[in-house]
Design a protein around this ligand. Structure first.
Ligand code: GLN
Length: 189
């Protein structure tokens, strides 16, 4: 069962992707949604933080009193997958559960949005869609780099936390979501 933070941004696309994979998901719009997700037991669980606008998502999480419970769950071992703004939310200056510093809107105006086909460790080449994307400017010793592009880190893992600067949910390639389910959620149990 995967919770998708659904305050803003590209949460519906993640849900469609999970639907295609036959994985159940629930949208988190408030604290009551979160509490009922947390109370579910006896199945592997995970959380997706989607792309969107990280400053807005941060403010809404605070206003809705979701920030601390979500942070505590991740620190307690809940597998989490952050895409784009979701990557930013996990960095040192935000939820601070991953030992990374994200650089926001990192590709400049010319390259605000672009698509490439590029390797990610363990999967080979996959289509990657970047939309005003960040990259990881600094990563601590416990962070495993899964992909770099143009000398910048664009995908990484730390324990049960997976982040991509790009948006796998905006393509038809389901492999990154499958990787998260199999390698982060199921094997984390
Ligand atoms: N630039 C956005 C931010 O800083 C992230 C963009 C995205 O998620 N597509 O939040």
């Amino acid at each position: 069962m995967i919770a998708i933070l659904a305050l803003q941004g590209a949460f519906a696309e993640h849900q469609q992707m999970l639907c295609r994979l036959g994985e159940e998901s629930v949208l988190i719009r408030n604290l009551a949604d979160w509490n009922s997700f947390i109370s579910i037991s006896d199945c592997p669980k995970g959380l997706i933080l989607p792309g969107g606008e990280s400053t807005t998502m941060m403010r809404l999480m605070k206003d809705l009193e979701l920030l601390q419970p979500i942070r505590e769950a991740i620190v307690g071992g809940l597998p989490v997958f952050g895409t784009c703004a979701g990557l930013i939310l996990l960095d040192h200056d935000h939820l601070n559960t991953m030992d990374i510093i994200a650089k926001r809107n990192a590709y400049g105006r010319q390259l605000g949005s672009f698509e490439i086909s590029h390797d990610i460790k363990g999967l080979g080449a996959i289509p990657m869609t970047f939309i005003r994307a960040p990259y990881i400017a600094e990563a601590g010793p416990n962070v495993e780099v899964l992909s770099t592009y143009d000398g910048r880190i664009i995908a990484a893992r730390q324990g049960q936390q997976l982040v991509t600067a790009f948006h796998p949910e905006l393509t038809t390639d389901t492999r990154v979501h499958e990787l998260f389910i199999k390698e982060y959620m199921i094997s984390a149990k």
